[in-house]
Design a protein around this ligand. Structure first.
Ligand code: BGC
Ligand code: ZN
Length: 371
């Protein structure tokens, strides 16, 4: 079967022929891949900055943003049946008995760093025709989400971050006054940095939670407006024409920043404008740029005098996948056009290198393996 493979040793990326996997335990299922999303992590892997093949291989099959149909199940599988749609989680636990996080299925908080990740670190990914996986890593998706199911994994980044945010803010009286018909965060203001898929999905999740949302971003075409941001009832500010001070003026005292660009300069400029008791959530991974200048005294003073929290978040547990599947259903019901327009192009597997090389433009580009 076909697979998109990266050979770090040879510095090559190409579509290869890879043996079709078969069930090796009664608790596994075999999936026919439908859509596989392409993101910045994949682009780093094809630039050989990141990504490790499984032991015994000189290549890594790419792809971690999965959407698939169950083709076959082992005799002990109960969660899914052939024909069901599923999204698979990405990270698998480390083997160390004393890693309390991995031992409890929370490998998203692995202590040792010896976790593996499908399509990223020592496990083949999903950009291929068939994969097998243990039942516990499968998350069933309702058929109504057939055309947008590939957005689940990038949305889990926001779901985990928001869960962490609510947990952290239990440190103070942060709950909004209960008002009938108003969602629970109706009194809070959030800023999203970046209008890529992670930023826009995060903005949607913040909106349905009730936050007042401002999205601050650059765009390839220097747009002054963003139709998706408008559609979800959020405010858009173009970073090319508006300073961080303009942003703070428009957004008001910022309770939460959801960073989704991976550019540290703008992030630290915005940290200086975080409001009292605010939480700044980093989700982007910056490239290898040189050091940047920041006023550490100013940031440290505010972090202390304003009780601020700076939080990093990576990967997501199964319950964040469930939350993402549920919320994606809400997004589709509220903003059907906006959600669908997040997926800008689908490429057949033989042309997978085009969206990977990032000259494709658009928001979320997808490799469509089957339909
Ligand atoms: C994936 C995460 C993964 C991270 C680091 C991201 O693109 O969404 O699941 O943990 O990369 O490898
Ligand atoms: Zn990703």
């Amino acid at each position: 079967m076909k697979a998109v493979a990266v050979f770090p040793g040879k510095r090559e990326v190409r579509v290869i022929d890879h043996p079709e996997p078969q069930l090796t335990s009664p608790t596994q299922a075999k999936m026919r891949m439908l859509d596989v999303g392409v993101c910045g992590t994949d682009r780093e892997i094809i630039s050989f900055e990141y990504g490790t093949p499984p032991s015994g291989y000189d290549y890594l099959i790419l792809g971690h943003e999965s959407f698939a149909e169950v083709a076959e199940v082992g005799s002990e599988v109960t969660k899914v049946k052939p024909g069901d749609l599923v999204v698979m989680t990405v990270r698998r636990p480390c083997p160390h008995p004393d890693c309390t996080a991995c031992r409890e299925g929370r490998q998203d908080f692995c202590f040792t760093g010896d976790f593996t990740e499908r399509g990223i670190k020592q496990q083949h990914g999903y950009m291929t025709e068939f994969v097998t996986e243990e039942e516990r890593y499968l998350n069933p998706v309702r058929r109504e989400l057939r055309d947008v199911g590939v957005l689940v994994e990038p949305l889990t980044i926001a779901e985990k971050s928001l869960e962490q945010l609510w947990l952290i803010q239990q440190r103070l009286p942060w709950a909004c006054p209960v008002e009938p018909g108003k969602p629970r965060a109706h009194c809070h203001r959030a800023v999203v940095l970046g209008a890529g898929p992670v930023g826009l999905l995060g903005a949607m999740a913040l909106r349905i939670a009730g936050f007042d949302v401002t999205v601050y971003s650059r765009s390839r075409t220097h747009d002054e407006n963003n139709p998706i941001v408008d559609a979800i009832g959020a405010r858009y500010m173009a970073a090319e024409t508006h300073s961080v001070e303009d942003l703070t003026k428009a957004a008001g005292p910022i309770d939460v920043v959801y960073e989704a660009v991976g550019a540290s300069k703008v992030a630290f400029d915005v940290i200086e404008n975080l409001g009292p008791n605010g939480v700044f959530i980093f989700t982007g991974v910056p490239g290898r740029g040189g050091p940047i200048e920041v006023d550490t005294n100013y940031i440290m003073k505010d972090v202390v005098l304003k009780n601020q929290v700076i939080l990093g978040s990576v990967n997501a547990p199964p319950h964040s996948f469930e939350a993402a599947i549920r919320d994606l259903g809400t997004f589709v019901a509220r903003w059907p056009e906006a959600v669908r327009s997040l997926i800008t192009a689908r490429y057949p597997i033989d042309r997978a290198l085009e969206p990977l090389a990032n000259n494709a433009g658009g928001i979320k580009n997808v490799v469509q393996i089957a339909s």
